[in-house]
Design a protein around this ligand. Structure first.
Ligand SMILES: Nc1ncnc2c1ncn2[C@@H]1O[C@H](COP(=O)(O)OP(=O)(O)OP(=O)(O)O)[C@@H](O)[C@H]1O
Length: 237
């Protein structure tokens, strides 16, 4: 079953063609990566997936629904950790998790989510007093507290130290193990290569390659997804 279907998506801001005819599908349970340079259209695409932006043209279906029309209903089934998400400075970690848990009719147990993400020792700490990595970990836990079928993670490990980054990779692997569909937006090719079943490579608002990381590497005759990206990016100019 397809969890996500994006067909010929276009989105323009003024004179900027942010997304220029993007098509891809994500199967249920798949970890799917969106990689590409700054401004390639990845975030605009995921914002259309969660109903924050409305496409100019093209269709988007998530779990069979149109996110632009059914945002509230889908919000119960999708978790999102977006770039630059924030919380009030004074809210405490446990309080935020408990509060987010109330948004969902059938969520996970927020205490379990807190423990799973090693946030227990920080339960009484205010958001404003957390380190960058701790804030990121909390935002991720908040994306999962509704026990979502689809999770969108935009720049998941930006700002995390190498240890926290590897730990986060392990947790994304756990999400996969329980059948969650994951959409991962990343600048890090090693991360995408390690975590994603399939990848869409974005350049200037378009998908210039799609497939398993191994396929893309083989097709470009390169040794890594990063090298493949530069080969594709150069070829697309
Ligand atoms: N609200 C907006 N108003 C005007 N232009 C925008 C807006 N949001 C995005 N853009 C432009 O659309 C293009 C695509 O941006 P988008 O954020 O989707 O790319 P991205 O691939 O996610 O980049 P990054 O990796 O830097 O987050 C860029 O040129 C960006 O400047």
């Amino acid at each position: 079953m397809e969890a996500i279907e994006v067909t010929d998506l276009h989105k323009t801001y003024g004179n900027t063609r942010a997304v220029d005819g993007v098509t891809f599908t994500v199967r249920a349970g798949e970890t799917f990566g969106l990689v590409g340079h700054n401004g390639a259209g990845k975030t605009t695409t995921v914002e259309c997936l969660i109903g924050l932006k409305r496409p100019d043209t093209g269709t988007v279906r998530v779990l069979g629904e149109d996110p632009a029309r059914r945002r509230q209903a889908l919000a119960q089934r999708i978790g999102a950790q977006l770039q630059e998400s924030s919380l009030p400075e004074r809210i405490k970690v446990a309080e935020a998790l408990r509060m987010f848990g109330t948004f969902y009719r059938k969520g996970a147990d927020w205490r379990q989510v807190m423990e799973r993400w090693s946030l227990g020792p920080l339960a009484r700490k205010a958001f404003g007093d957390l380190s960058g990595g701790q804030k990121q970990r909390l935002m991720l836990a908040l994306a999962l507290v509704g026990d979502p079928e689809v999770v969108v993670l935009d720049e998941l490990t930006t700002g995390l130290d190498p240890i926290a980054r590897r730990e986060t990779w392990r947790l994304v692997g756990d999400l996969k193990a329980v059948g969650t569909t994951v959409v991962l937006v990343s600048h890090y090719f090693d991360e995408t290569e390690a975590l994603c079943d399939r990848v869409a490579v974005f350049a200037r608002g378009r998908v210039v390659a799609m497939g398993t990381p191994d396929d893309i590497i083989a097709r470009t005759g390169t040794a890594s997804l990063e090298e493949a990206y530069f080969a594709l990016e150069g070829a697309d100019r």
